[in-house]
Design a protein around this ligand. Structure first.
Ligand code: SF4
Ligand code: SF4
Length: 256
């Protein structure tokens, strides 16, 4: 008899299948329960509004904290991700033969509005419990700058709700003349030192810095807006291939 087809093999197989059936039931029960509870909470919060909305949203914050912690960024804090679409643009400009057929230029760089943020960033905003630990640790805030990482998350949530209301009323998204930049000013964005003290302080691993960086990228790459010190650095990189105001032929002058 082949291994696995004897009495012991059949017994083990039946136990594994029994366990799988139980797991499947638990999975469907959990997802279905979350769907029903989420729909009821969302409907009540949306239509009752006021204090009830606030209480229900705080409950949602706490519930979302668990998946948020599960999907937290685990790589080194302070590591800024590369913009793959920019890298591709440069690569295809230098070596057009590498560009895939039908490749079109990216529509937009960085984040103008909540629609340009990732689902994780949006979930971050909904799971923020507004505890303020991030702002308490933020060196920019401590030195009197306008920046508050807690406010970044609350502004993102407020803008999401505003966008949601437009979609509710009009049946689809229509530009309302505002964006996330209407809530978060340039002064706030450029006060951030990207030190990541806020992400380290957050009990549920929310990452306000990612939103700040994406919004800065939009300001610089789409609107040509940046700080004066950065503008001169960009000019130097463009002209000299380095952030300093010296041509490549002068680089070794310091050795003499
Ligand atoms: S990364 Fe920016 S927002 Fe976060 S603590 Fe540092 S300065 Fe503040
Ligand atoms: S520490 Fe985290 S949960 Fe608390 S306010 Fe800041 S982002 Fe929100």
């Amino acid at each position: 008899m082949q291994p696995g087809l004897d009495a012991l093999g059949r017994d083990l197989l039946s136990r594994v299948m029994y366990g799988a059936r139980i797991s499947l039931f638990i999975g469907f029960f959990t997802v279905g329960g979350a769907l029903v509870v989420g729909t009821i909470v969302g409907a009540v919060a949306g239509y009752v509004g006021g204090r009830t909305d606030n209480v229900l949203m705080r409950i949602m914050d706490i519930m979302l904290a668990f998946p948020n912690a599960y999907y937290a960024r685990l790589n080194v804090q302070g590591k800024i991700t590369n913009m793959q679409n920019v890298q591709n643009e440069v690569k295809y400009m230098m070596q057009p033969e590498l560009a895939p057929a039908g490749e079109t230029a990216p529509q937009k760089f960085g984040a103008k509005d909540v629609n340009d943020l990732s689902w994780k960033q949006l979930m971050d905003a909904y799971s923020c419990t507004e505890c303020g630990r991030c702002t308490a640790e933020c060196p920019a805030n401590q030195t009197g700058k306008l920046l508050s990482p807690r406010k970044i998350m609350m502004d993102t949530r407020d803008r999401m709700e505003e966008v949601g209301k437009v979609i509710d009323v009009k049946g689809k998204w229509e530009d309302d003349g505002k964006s996330l930049h209407s809530y978060i000013t340039d002064e706030e964005l450029w006060a951030c030192t990207t030190c990541n003290a806020c992400t380290q302080a957050c009990p549920i691993n929310i990452d306000p810095v990612g939103i700040i960086i994406d919004m800065r990228r939009y300001s610089v790459m789409e609107e040509s807006k940046s700080r004066p010190a950065l503008t001169s650095m960009f000019t130097n990189v463009e002209n000299n291939g380095a952030p300093w105001a010296f041509g490549p032929d002068k680089r070794m002058d310091w050795t003499q």
